[in-house]
Design a binder for this molecule. Structure first.
Ligand SMILES: Nc1nc2c(ncn2[C@@H]2O[C@H](COP(=O)(O)OP(=O)(O)OP(=O)(O)O)[C@@H](O)[C@H]2O)c(=O)[nH]1
Length: 167
């Protein structure tokens, strides 16, 4: 991935969401620098499951892990059961839950960034990965004279809505 003026390599693991693979996925948390929490906007159970994933994150992930909440499949507008506002509320709730669980300074200040995506149309997919990569890059470079990268501001500025005609 090119992040001007440098490039970045991301190693991406798609962990199995099913309960029966849970013990295997624990192993991935420990060394992860970022976690993308995905639910399916056409599947309420996947939305409700985010709470369980947060508990897992607290237990197994690094304390300063970069988190992002994504509501996927927004191209399936006719099957949508989870509203965008519910996702936004959940992103705030994620913060409260994690604050109870840990003292992640980044989360305390800004909350969990949230956006809706479509793997089918590509809506916001590049943005999600670019935002994560930029955040990690800035953290790793630690340049004192560089302005701090603000993940939330970046996501807010760049995010595209699914709207009626933009999948
Ligand atoms: N319409 C639509 N379908 C999608 C989208 N993303 C994934 N799918 C479909 O949803 C189904 C499940 O996708 P997966 O990527 O296997 O979902 P998963 O959450 O990784 O599933 P697990 O491996 O069980 O955790 C597949 O049929 C995909 O083609 C999307 O953005 N829009």
């Amino acid at each position: 991935m090119m992040l001007f003026p440098l490039s970045s390599a991301l190693q991406i693991w798609d962990t199995a969401g099913q309960e029966r693979f849970r013990s295997v996925t624990h192993a991935y948390y420990r060394d992860a620098h970022a976690l993308l929490l995905l639910y399916d906007v056409t599947n309420k159970a996947s939305f409700d499951n985010i709470q369980a994933w947060l508990t897992e994150i607290h237990e197994y992930a690094q304390q300063d892990v970069v988190l992002m909440l994504l509501g996927n499949k927004v191209d399936s507008a006719q099957d949508r059961v989870v509203k965008r506002e519910d996702g936004e509320k959940l992103a705030k709730f994620c913060v409260l839950t994690l604050l109870k669980l840990c003292a992640n300074v980044v989360l305390q200040e800004y909350g969990v960034p949230f956006m809706e995506t479509s793997a089918k149309s590509g809506l916001n997919v590049d943005l999600a990965f670019t935002a994560i990569a930029k955040e990690l890059k800035h953290r790793s470079m630690k340049l004192p004279n560089e302005p701090k990268f603000k993940l939330h501001d970046y996501v807010k500025k760049e995010v595209r809505g699914s709207g009626c005609c933009r999948f």
